[in-house]
Design a protein around this ligand. Structure first.
Ligand code: HEC
Ligand code: HEC
Length: 193
């Protein structure tokens, strides 16, 4: 009986490995260590940790460099960027940019989302982030990002505790009230993908 079970689990194991080998082969070695916080394939369930799935490769690369060189800092993330080579950063950026951002099922408050949309329109966020915050090159996609992370980050730009943005976001955020930030969070986190 025991042998029988061992045989079955061995069969199961080899089936799983043979099925998964092609997919695993494309995952950069270091990516596995990112999943603990950023979630499987970069879909983070930790609300203050951003999802990386479908984020722009160039933006990911630049942020990793900024963390490594101390222009951006976070007690959880800074040590993770410390040992990466430039090639590994590029590989990780390419990998996460190709993953699918899954639906977080964020329940936006319709009234706040409406006000957030109006604020985004008035402040011309789309001038840089493009329509519906889909992002471009070094300008991040924010659509569908975790609500708590968006709100925390807009406050960090406003308070100038995050300053690696060449002044783009710190000047925009200085015009936003706490209520604007909450409304923008509802609008942007509620955008699909
Ligand atoms: C211990 C938890 C943890 C691990 C492991 C981790 N990160 Fe992070 N990461 C964070 C947190 C928290 C933030 C948000 C920092 C902030 O608020 O400024 C972050 C931010 C980032 C950002 C910036 C994203 C954005 O939208 O601005 C990138 C890129 C990133 N991490 C890549 C990685 C990669 C690649 C790995 C694996 C090599 C990794 N992280 C491992 C916690 C982690
Ligand atoms: C002048 C161009 C510009 C405008 C206008 C702008 N942004 Fe940004 N935004 C950027 C850039 C560039 C970054 C990335 C900064 C960096 O490299 O760290 C960014 C980053 C962000 C982030 C952080 C995303 C992340 O993953 O960490 C959020 C959130 C954000 N912007 C929201 C907004 C909102 C909301 C508006 C309008 C109220 C806005 N932005 C207007 C250029 C802009």
């Amino acid at each position: 009986m025991k042998q029988h079970l061992n045989f079955l689990s061995l069969l199961g194991f080899s089936l799983i490995t043979s099925l998964c080998t092609p997919a695993f082969a494309q995952v950069p070695a270091k990516a596995e260590s990112c999943f603990a916080c950023h979630g499987p394939n970069g879909n983070s369930a930790m609300q203050e940790t951003p999802s990386l799935a479908a984020q722009n490769a160039r933006y990911i690369y630049l942020q990793l460099r900024d963390f490594q060189e101390g222009r951006r800092s976070n007690p959880m993330m800074t040590p993770m960027a410390a040992g990466l080579t430039r090639d590994e950063m590029r590989e990780l950026g390419n990998y996460f940019s190709q993953q699918t951002l899954t639906d977080k099922k964020f329940k936006a408050d319709p009234e706040k989302a409406k006000l957030g949309f109006a604020k985004a329109d008035e402040t011309l966020c789309a001038m840089c982030h493009l329509g519906e915050f889909r992002g471009q090159n070094e300008i991040p996609k924010v659509a569908g990002q975790n609500y708590d992370y968006i709100v925390k980050t807009l406050h960090a730009f406003k308070d100038k505790t995050r300053t690696n943005d060449a002044g783009n976001m710190t000047s925009v955020a200085s015009t936003l009230s706490d209520q604007d930030i909450e409304n923008l969070g509802h609008y942007i986190a509620g955008l699909s993908k």
